[in-house]
Design a binder for this molecule. Structure first.
Ligand code: GDP
Ligand code: GDP
Length: 454
């Protein structure tokens, strides 16, 4: 059917497609041979760990992407070190210190079949000082009988030992639930102050009416802005009151001063566009609808599409376009804007003010889509149905199956599909189209990444 039921645990790891979302870290410590590597493999799903060395840190510290119940985290495996002249106890204590300072949650692994050794006690002593949560894992509890061995591990003073068998998977789901529970609430906000005004980039090729629009919008704004408590404005930004809400139009200094130099203007303009997009959450692309769309307009649109920002397309100078021309140019625009079919279009006139009041609601809708998160359970129920009705096309005699999906991040919404084979671009677009139809992502790009599990 193209769908295979699988748990998040089965589907494994490595959903690091989000940009800038805070991903908490879990450090795994313990003396050699207690099963740290086995446990890490179990946690990350063993298959395609994204392995990356952290530069400047001990060579053998390795980061892995973990995913559990739709929550991403990084597992820091500090294992594999060799005890040097300092001796084993000092080496593990140092390892524990590092984990305490560098990670959000520390997992101490102990071999329950051996019991607490003096080295385990030395590590526990270090960890008891930790201000971060510490989880004591009693590993190699392969069966019920072995659970009896766990009791004595209370003596380590780190609370209740969690019995697992890293080798066979016993108890690992419960352990991950506990880890998840202790992970700090990630600061979802990646743009600084959560409560600050939302950031808008007003972009478009020269002479489309950007300064005119900004002037129109900021007419009554200055006084309002002065009275907004706690709004510190970067001098290159403008605070603008639209529809009773303050918005931060980023990087507008150039617009205000109407800097226009003939030479290299386009190059300069594209740099400015890039910088504004960088700082913004949503873009208004301004187009002069009294003229045919040009390559330069297309370039601006492409920049926005690539930036992953939300988007509203404003067709300016509507006052110059009569109804007949409008219908004609709309059809043409439809073709020209094929890179961003999801973006809302609004006809405005920066000069007369016509249609300008429709900007704020469109910006809000676009940002709502951009911020949206679909819970993993809901997503998978939906996807299962979709794929059963329309399975992915067979390639090379094999039908790829989708095992599991999760929304790895928002801003923009980014989905990861774990599959057993390559999904063609056409099929990915089909999924995107249906996602948009059923969940509504108007105004926002949606990214779909596929992780093939071998
Ligand atoms: P590390 O040195 O702490 O990373 O330990 P490893 O992960 O390399 O494991 C050391 C040995 O213990 C290996 O032979 C593993 O197969 C074994 N091992 C790990 N976890 C378990 C477990 O849950 N049960 C049993 N019986 N053996 C395990
Ligand atoms: P910018 O280079 O994108 O900042 O564009 P400007 O705001 O400087 O506008 C370029 C020219 O278009 C100016 O002469 C404006 O008066 C004119 N303009 C801007 N918006 C409109 C509009 O809605 N209608 C008409 N008729 N002219 C406009």
């Amino acid at each position: 059917t193209g769908w295979e039921d699988a748990t998040a645990e089965d589907a494994g790891a490595a959903a690091d497609d989000g940009e800038g979302t805070y991903v908490p870290t879990v450090g795994v410590v313990g003396r050699p041979n207690v099963g740290k590597s086995t446990l890490v493999n179990r946690i990350i799903g063993r298959r395609e760990a994204v392995v990356q060395d952290i530069p400047g840190v001990t060579r053998d510290v390795v980061n892995y992407d973990g995913l559990w119940r739709g929550r991403r985290f990084t597992v820091v495996d500090s294992g594999g070190w060799e005890p040097d002249a300092q001796g084993l106890q000092k080496a593990v204590a140092a390892q524990a210190e590092r984990a305490m300072s560098a990670t959000d949650v520390v997992v101490l692994v102990v071999d329950a079949s051996v019991g607490a050794t003096s080295t385990d006690e030395a590590i526990a002593r270090v960890l008891r000082r930790s201000k971060k949560p510490v989880i004591l894992v009693a590993n190699k509890v392969d069966d019920e009988r072995a659970e009896a061995d766990m009791a004595e591990l209370w003596s380590l003073g780190l609370g209740e030992p969690i019995g697992v068998s890293a080798l066979h998977g016993r108890g690992s789901g419960d352990l991950l639930d506990i880890v998840l529970d202790k992970l700090p609430t990630a600061p979802v906000e990646q743009f600084g102050a959560v409560s600050g005004p939302r950031r808008v980039a007003l972009v478009g090729k020269p002479n489309v009416g950007k300064s005119s629009l900004l002037n129109k919008l900021s007419k009554d704004t200055i006084a309002v802005v002065d009275s907004v408590a706690g709004t510190t404005v970067d001098p290159v930004d403008s605070l603008v009151d639209l529809d009773g809400e303050i918005w931060r139009f980023v990087d507008t200094a150039g617009l205000r001063k109407r800097v226009k130099t003939a030479r290299g203007m386009e190059f300069y303009a594209s740099l400015r566009t890039q910088a504004a997009l960088e700082a913004a959450e949503v873009a208004i692309v301004l187009i002069d609808s009294s003229e045919p769309l040009t390559e330069q307009d297309q370039r601006v649109i492409s920049m926005v599409a690539d930036s992953g920002r939300a988007l509203v397309v404003a067709l300016n100078k509507a006052d110059l376009v009569d109804a007949d021309r409008r219908a004609e140019s709309d059809a043409e625009l439809e073709r020209e804007l094929n890179r961003v079919p999801w973006a809302e279009r609004i006809n405005i006139s920066a000069q007369t003010g016509r249609g300008v009041h429709r900007l704020a609601p469109a910006l809000r809708r676009a940002l709502e889509s951009w911020d949206k998160r679909i819970p993993t359970g809901q997503l998978n129920t939906w996807l299962k149905e979709l794929i059963q009705a329309t399975p992915p096309p067979v390639r090379g005699g094999r039908q790829p199956r989708v095992l599991f999906a999760t929304q790895a991040s928002n801003r923009p919404p980014t989905f990861v599909l774990f599959t057993t084979g390559f999904l063609e671009a056409g099929y990915r677009r089909f999924i995107e189209r249906r996602l948009r139809e059923d969940f509504g992502f108007a105004g926002s790009p949606v990214r779909i990444n596929v992780r093939v599990r071998e």
